[in-house]
Design a protein around this ligand. Structure first.
Ligand code: PLP
Length: 407
């Protein structure tokens, strides 16, 4: 008897997450055949020798015997107090421990908050390029992504006017990713003020993914949006994965701010959805206080001589020396998003390029179109490998692009 195949959710066909998709699968196949690769697809600091700071490791180790029970669905009270205090210090209005949600990474909270917010057909204004989980979670929670463009010619910054032009009666929220993945753009205060004004005029929730908030290079600064938003309901997302290099611990948080009356049932909805999944990973929660009260361990990595700074320099210099590439230097975060230009860009297909780079040069990058952009001449690399490995990566990229340019 042949059984009918199991059917899955239809909207999954609209969802793409190529950071861990087909190319990564092919890379594993090649690896199993003994090929040695340089993988630049995932922003996973631990895989490149970065460690979580020791005082965070100790905070968990010393309390490991307290980590057996479930916690409250919103997280350990002491951790939530530390997150609320961190936000109050920034000037986030009405940031209290009751309005903090600790989750299994920001990933879980992106999905949970959109599930709490959206009804079928509701629209979410998302940046293009975006971190593709935002699009995926919008779609899987029955919403519709509407993209505002962050164009390379504008330093990958959005335009508040364009965002406003896309608002419809179905729009529910404006999502910001600042500093941005994949572009590294950090949004200036004046721009954020204009976006806040749009959200205020149209009574939209602001959702600000700030997971890279203190990964900044040169003179770049980070401006959190919640303190600019006054009474406007705002969800700010942060976590331990990147700034504290502890992505395996799966610790993230979302802070609801603004006038509690204006956020309506959102708090209750998120609390209920949090309760349905019981709680976030408990050992990781014990590191939050230490992370937010302890010394700044990311700044030295982002300063001249620091590993991330030198990686970014290696990428910038390699691109500057290239015949075929252009780059808006990332102000923050862990990525660079170069463009292929000139003759090599004629007929260029970012997927075909990424596959060829993998098959012939053992380098894994993510095609730009995976980040929901309407063009196909970009790709993303992480800044996590050693600077010399990045220089080697760009020598190999140049070889492939040289071939394209003469075709
Ligand atoms: N948001 C952005 C912009 C990211 O780049 C990532 C991971 O790369 C996440 C959220 C998810 O992070 P977490 O490890 O906290 O789930």
């Amino acid at each position: 008897m042949s059984l009918p195949p199991v059917k899955t959710r239809e909207r999954l066909s609209e969802v793409r997450y190529e950071i861990r998709g087909e190319l990564a699968r092919r890379a594993r196949e090649l690896e199993a055949q003994g090929r040695k690769q340089i993988k630049l697809n995932i922003g996973n600091p631990g895989a490149f020798g970065f460690r979580a700071p020791e005082h965070l490791q100790r905070a968990i180790a010393e309390r490991i015997e307290q980590t057996d029970p479930y916690t409250h669905q919103q997280g350990l009270p002491a951790a939530r107090e530390a997150i609320a205090a961190f936000h109050r210090q920034r000037g986030t209005p009405n940031a209290s421990p009751e309005r903090v949600f600790v989750g299994n990474g920001v990933s879980e909270l992106i999905d949970l908050s959109l599930r709490a917010l959206l009804n079928p057909g509701d629209e979410v204004l998302l940046p293009s390029p975006d971190y593709p989980l935002w699009s995926a979670a919008t779609i899987l929670n029955d919403g519709r992504p509407v993209y505002y463009q962050c164009k390379p010619e504008n330093g990958f910054l959005p335009s508040a006017e364009e965002i406003e032009s896309l608002v419809s009666p179905r729009t529910r929220a404006i999502v910001l990713i600042n500093p941005n993945n994949p572009t590294g753009a950090a949004y200036p205060r004046e721009l954020l003020e204009k976006i806040v004004a749009v959200a205020q005029r149209h009574k939209l929730l602001l959702m600000s993914d700030e997971i890279y908030d203190s990964i900044l290079y040169d003179e770049a600064t980070f401006t959190p949006v919640a303190p600019l938003a006054g009474d406007l309901p705002c969800l700010s997302f942060g976590g331990l994965s990147k700034v504290h290099r502890a992505c395996g611990w799966r610790v993230g948080w979302a802070v609801l701010s603004g006038d509690p009356l204006a956020s309506g049932d959102l708090h209750h909805a998120m609390d209920l959805l949090g309760a349905l999944r019981l709680c976030a990973n408990v050992p990781g929660q014990f590191a939050i206080e230490a992370a937010l009260h302890g010394e700044d361990t990311i700044a030295p990595l982002c300063a001249p001589g620091g590993r991330l700074y030198e990686a970014r320099r290696a990428v910038s210099e390699s691109v500057a020396a290239s015949q075929h590439l252009e780059l808006v230097a990332p102000a923050g975060a862990l990525y660079a998003f170069p463009a292929v230009t000139g003759d090599a860009a004629i007929g260029f297909d970012d997927h075909r390029f990424a596959l060829e780079l993998l098959e012939t040069e053992d380098v894994l990058v993510v095609p730009g179109s995976s980040f929901n952009v309407p063009y196909r001449n970009h790709f993303r690399v992480t800044l996590l490998p050693q600077p010399d490995d990045l220089r080697e990566v760009f020598r190999r990229i140049e070889r492939v692009l040289d071939r394209y340019a003469v075709q």
